[in-house]
Design a protein around this ligand. Sequence first.
Ligand SMILES: C[S@@+](CC[C@H](N)C(=O)[O-])C[C@H]1O[C@@H](n2cnc3c(N)ncnc32)[C@H](O)[C@@H]1O
Length: 219
Amino acid sequence: MSDATYDRNYWEERYSGHGSDHRGGHGHGALEANPHLASETAPLEPGSALDAGCGTGTDALWLAGQGWQVTAVDIAENALETARARAQELGAPVAGRVHWQCEDLTTWQPPAGGYALVYSHYVHTDAPYADLYRRLAAAVAPGGTLLVVGHHPDGLHGDAAHAGHHGTQLTAQQVADLLDAGEWTVETADARVRTATVGDGREITLHDAVLRARRNTGR
Ligand SMILES: C[S@@+](CC[C@H](N)C(=O)[O-])C[C@H]1O[C@@H](n2cnc3c(N)ncnc32)[C@H](O)[C@@H]1O
């Protein structure tokens, strides 16, 4: 997998047959968010949110459950099909607060300043990450928040859970460095270690890079 091309076919294949959203497999409830999402958004007032690379929709549905109005974007129709079905099972009002959209994040330009929260979790594309995160940052409204969770390079050293992530790791500081210091306030730039239980019941260790930054209002 280290030579993988992370193109549309790769992700469609990954999600064919209702594949997992790569968060430790199936088994988490629809509204069981990624722990970094839950903790980092706790101080925020719900508003409009973009989940960029939403997979099968766990985090987008969780945000909707918290009152956020979510645009959830992914390149894989197979993932979105599963996400829509999960939303339908949950019913209103949660389902009604998520708009699912198939887009390629390497070229798609989200509306400038369009969201109070722009969130991306474990998204690695074929294109350089700097372009992606700069585009996502531009989609944050003044006063809004950018939240990026990636695979930290520490996980590559002897950690099977990250063995397939060569070329996809980054630090929170690398993402912070893309942001104009006069325009952004970095609130979290961490390397965090956590455990997760995968589909077959194994516990794995995950090394995450977590970046949360607030776009200044300019006032
Ligand atoms: C490792 S999964 C993470 C999914 C979800 N964010 C989560 O944490 O459970 C990466 C996701 O990014 C999506 N993705 C990869 N490249 C993409 C692209 N160019 N445009 C849009 N989505 C993309 C994949 O289809 C996949 O759902």
